[in-house]
Design a protein around this ligand. Structure first.
Ligand code: NAD
Length: 255
């Protein structure tokens, strides 16, 4: 049985990807800070005939990340696909951005991407059967946005991390990718709408129309299903796309 570990899989994008990969026949490790949420996802995928386990994993904690991957190996004896996806958003005007919030963003997005991808890389290399590491980047991996300096810094960073892992991992059959969506209506984005309205002094409707969707070609949100479809596609890539950032942005930041 092929296996996938997805972080931040109790909600939003990670949850949709966990449910989809179970349908594709993968054994799924649903990893999240929110263990109850992860358990609920496993219940859902099991009820639909899939296999999975829920684990509590704080991606910023080296011990919890390594223990989670050990658990995956004990349970499924393989580590074919890993999605480093957990994330949060904290917006503030730049001059007011608290250092503590910058550090929190770096711990989850930068330390988390490093710890999860290194844990995956170690197991994939040791097994000698290759594997695929997918980061959830963002359209914010290519553009800059008001109020989001730390997020832009970190999301640009994961795209670079994928490129370096792609180069170093190639001789072991380890491929790396970044999936870069524009706005998707998940809890992470629902929370930002009133916050951005407050910080930018505009209405919530204007945040959606004139901030979130302004630069798309069609004014349409990306969906969690778009990301899950792309994950399935990358899970079958034989290296042609390694190192690439796949933009799911409705035309925002075209190459
Ligand atoms: P979400 O809030 O629905 O889900 C995020 C999950 O991450 C939650 O279940 C949360 O418990 C978990 N999490 C938070 N901190 C964690 C930690 N330290 N360790 C483990 N788990 C942790 O958000 P989402 O929209 O599904 O976002 C998922 C990823 O997609 C994030 O990296 C986000 O930056 C990225 N992204 C989101 C959008 C969007 O518009 N929603 C667009 C581009 C990229």
């Amino acid at each position: 049985m092929k296996t996938v570990l997805i972080t931040g899989a109790a909600s939003g994008i990670g949850k949709a990807c966990a449910l989809r990969m179970a349908k594709e026949g993968y054994g799924v490790v649903v990893a999240d800070l929110n263990l109850d949420g992860a358990r609920a996802v496993v219940e859902e995928l099991t009820a639909a005939g899939g296999r999975g386990i829920a684990i509590r994993m704080d991606v910023a904690d080296e011990g919890e990340v390594e223990a989670g991957f050990d658990r995956m190996m004990e349970k499924f004896h393989s580590c074919d696909l890993v999605m480093s996806n957990a994330g949060v958003q904290i917006v503030h005007p730049y001059e007011e951005y608290p250092f503590a919030d910058w550090r929190k963003m770096m711990a989850i997005h930068a330390d988390g991407a490093f710890l999860v991808s290194r844990a995956a890389y170690r197991r994939m290399k040791a097994r000698g059967k290759g594997g695929r590491i997918v980061f959830t980047g963002s359209v914010q991996s290519f553009v800059g946005s008001k109020l989001k300096e730390p997020y832009n810094f970190a999301k640009h960073g994961v795209a670079g991390l994928a490129k370096a892992i792609a180069r170093e991992g190639a001789e072991y059959g380890i491929y790396a990718y970044t999936i870069c969506p524009s706005f998707i209506k998940t809890p992470l984005v629902e929370k930002q709408i009133p916050e951005q309205a407050r910080d930018l002094g505009i209405s919530e409707e204007e945040v959606v129309k004139n901030v979130m969707l302004r630069d798309t070609v069609d004014g349409v949100f990306t969906t969690v299903e778009d990301v899950a479809n792309t994950l399935v596609f990358l899970a079958n890539d034989q290296g042609a796309l390694t190192g690439q950032s796949i933009r799911l942005t409705h035309g925002w930041a075209m190459m």
